[in-house]
Structures are given as structure tokens and as C-alpha cells.
Design a protein around this ligand. Structure first.
Ligand SMILES: [Zn+2]
Ligand SMILES: [Zn+2]
Length: 365
């Protein structure tokens, strides 16, 4: 049995579809069939060539179905029994559990963490734009509740878990004011999570009208359109006005361009927290004035990945709140694996004059 993997050679060039034999799982491993994979902002950074990842396979946000179980795998990470055919949600990264950072319990900060591997290396299937995904021994896996759709489950292992962990790390509290810079998959999820955590005023900033309309449905009390308020200083004044003159308790970057950082820190109240999640581009830099956090006693919290329990928290959150927020309709466009070039072109929002109508695109292999 063989399976396909989408690999992209160099930015600006089309993906190639490679085929590899599907491995038998070693003891403790799982081979999953990918049911649906999301195109996340991080994937767009890779596609644009902003991350030095040419030649790798791509994709990390997905829901799968157990195809083959390795010896000894009888239950998920919460002890629920697992069988072939079950739908599963899993982390796409592996903290080493053998370093001082992991020993402090800060698994998401492990410097030796491994995620994707070159597709030609066995077990080949370590990325989401593929027919299969290989969960190594030591994986974190959760059986998906039957009532949740593939559309609801796909963003769980990236967007939803990432924002739940990020907002916890940022210390968002009951009665807080929250701003999201960006209302794509992570920004929309963050609005719903922040609202359920007790945020009082929730402001979404974005340039795509469809996303701002969705932001309202995901709990935003106010939206700021980049088209209506093109000046950053004016947006900062607007946020201050909406938050009683002081700025927001927590401001989060879900855009992923360094240019938004100075504006976001200016929107953060004295003593508040700026949460940096979106930016994964090593060469993306912007001017930063340390004085702005010193005089304002502001914290900057960087978050990449999440601790192992987070997916379970995210699944429970979806079960409890799916009637209140349109997670099922967050995905706006579907593509087959063979159409992956068209999928990325459609999802690209950066640098577009005419705008982009995709809120979240997915690949259905
Ligand atoms: Zn992602
Ligand atoms: Zn480690």
C-alpha cells in the first residue's frame, strides 16, 4: 500500500505529489488516514518562503482516522479505548522529555522538539497534506467525540489548542479586555475562547470583511476594519477609547507579521500582556522600543505549540460551546490534495488589493 504526500521544492514553484509505501507501525505507534487538513497561517508562511523550509512536506493541522495500530496501543491519552477506524486528534510535535526544559514541565518550549521530517525519510508520513500520518511512539492522541464533524475537528490540533494554551499563558482573566490582531482561524478561535474565559470587551482587527463578520459570530463585541481605519495610530486610539482609555489587558498577534507588534504593544494597557503566537518567520523583523514595555510594565509572552493536555481541553470546549459559536462554518473552502496549488493560491491573503474571501481552506485528500 502506498500513499501520497505533497512536497514543495522552492517557494514560488508548485507542489509535487510524491508517493511512499505506508509503513507498518512500530510498537507504540499509529498510522492514521488523514480525513481533512487545514491550511493554517503558518503553512502560508512556509509557502511564501518566509521560513527556510523548502523541500519539506507541509501541513500540521488535521483530523485523522486510525488505519493501523502499533503493538501496545490500546487507549488514547485519556485512557479511552482505541480501535481501527476511530477518528482521532493528535499533536503534530514531540517534546524530547529528556532535557531541563521538559523536566520543568514546559513541554511546549522543548528546544529538541521534533515535528516534520523530510518525506523521503521513513516513516515518510509526518505532515498533513498527505493520505496518511504516522504518530510516533510517545504521541499525544485523543479519540474524537462522535458528534463533532471533521470540519469542527480539523482546527483542534493547531488553531484551537494553540489559542487555549496561549490565552492561559497570557493570564487572561474574568472581566478582561481582549484584542486579536487578525481574525483568521486562530483569531476567531481566540475570540470564542477569550469570551468563555470571561473577557468583557473583545475587539477583532482584520482587513478581510468576511472575517470581521465571522468575528462577531465568534464573540467579538467590536471589530476594526483595516480598510476603514488604515492608520495604526488611529487604531490604537480607537482601542483605547473602547477599553475605557487604558488599552486592553491582553492583545494577541494572530497575523504573524512583525509590523503589527509595535501597534499591538501600544494597544496593551500598562501592566498588560502582549501575546505573540503568529510569527514563525526568522527573518521578519520590525523596530521595537524596549522603553514601551519598561515604562508600561508590559509583558510579552511568546508561545509555540502547547502542553499535552490542551487538545483534551479543546475537545471538551467544542462539545460544550458548539451551539454558541459557528466552528462548523469556520471552514469556507475545500480542495482535493491534487488541487493543493490552487488551494494555497486561494488562501493567500497577504498583499492582495482585492481581498481574500477564504477564512479557512482545507484539503480533503
Ligand atoms: Zn497552524
Ligand atoms: Zn525537551
Amino acid at each position: 500500500m502506498h500513499g501520497r504526500i505533497a512536497v514543495f521544492p522552492q517557494p514560488g514553484q508548485p507542489f509535487t505529489i510524491a508517493e511512499f509505501p505506508v509503513p507498518e507501525p512500530e510498537p507504540g505507534a499509529i498510522v492514521a488516514r488523514v480525513r481533512m487538513a487545514g491550511i493554517c497561517g503558518s503553512d502560508l508562511h512556509v509557502w511564501r518562503g518566509e521560513t527556510r523550509s523548502a523541500g519539506t512536506a507541509a501541513g500540521h493541522e488535521m483530523v485523522g482516522q486510525i488505519e493501523r495500530l502499533g503493538a501496545g496501543v490500546i487507549a488514547d491519552s485519556l485512557g479511552q479505548p482505541l480501535s481501527v477506524g476511530d477518528r482521532i486528534v493528535y499533536a503534530y510535535f514531540y517534546p524530547c522529555r529528556r532535557c531541563p526544559v521538559c523536566m520543568r514541565g514546559q513541554f511546549s518550549a522543548c528546544p529538541h522538539e521534533v515535528a516534520r521530517r523530510p518525506p523521503e525519510e521513513p516513516p515518510h508520513f509526518t505532515s498533513a497534506y498527505a493520505d496518511y500520518y504516522y504518530l510516533r511512539p510517545g504521541h499525544v492522541v485523543f479519540r474524537a467525540p462522535d458528534v463533532l464533524t471533521d470540519e469542527e475537528l480539523t482546527p483542534v490540533n493547531c488553531a484551537l489548542s494553540q489559542v487555549i494554551f496561549g490565552l492561559r499563558e497570557a493570564g487572561l482573566r474574568l472581566g478582561d479586555c481582549f484584542v486579536t490582531q487578525g481574525a483568521g482561524g486562530l483569531g476567531l478561535s481566540a475570540l470564542a475562547v477569550a469570551r468563555e474565559m470571561g473577557a468583557r470587551i473583545l475587539i477583532a482587527i482584520d482587513g478581510v470583511p468576511e472575517r470581521l463578520a465571522q468575528a462577531r459570530a465568534f464573540g467579538a463585541s467590536h471589530t476594526i476594519s483595516l480598510a476603514d481605519v488604515p492608520d495604526a495610530a488611529e487604531r490604537v486610539r480607537l482601542v483605547r477609547r473602547l477599553t475605557g482609555g487604558y488599552g486592553a489587558d491582553v492583545v494577541a498577534d494572530f497575523v504573524g507579521h512583525a509590523v503589527v507588534m509595535e501597534e499591538g504593544i501600544a494597544m496593551t494597557r500598562n501592566g498588560g500582556t502582549y501575546l505573540e503566537v503568529g510569527n514563525i518567520s526568522p527573518d521578519d523583523a520590525a523596530p521595537f522600543r524596549p522603553q514601551s514595555v519598561v515604562f508600561g510594565r508590559k509583558r510579552i509572552v511568546g508561545v509555540m505549540h502547547y502542553d499535552p493536555d490542551t487538545i483534551g481541553v479543546a475537545l471538551d470546549f467544542l462539545l460544550r460551546t458548539r451551539d454558541r459559536y459557528p466552528f462548523a462554518s469556520m471552514i469556507s473552502h475545500r480542495f482535493r490534495l491534487a488541487e493543493i496549488d490552487a488551494a494555497f493560491a486561494a488562501c493567500e491573503w497577504s498583499g492582495r488589493q482585492a481581498g481574500c474571501e477564504v477564512t479557512r481552506g482545507v484539503i480533503v485528500p
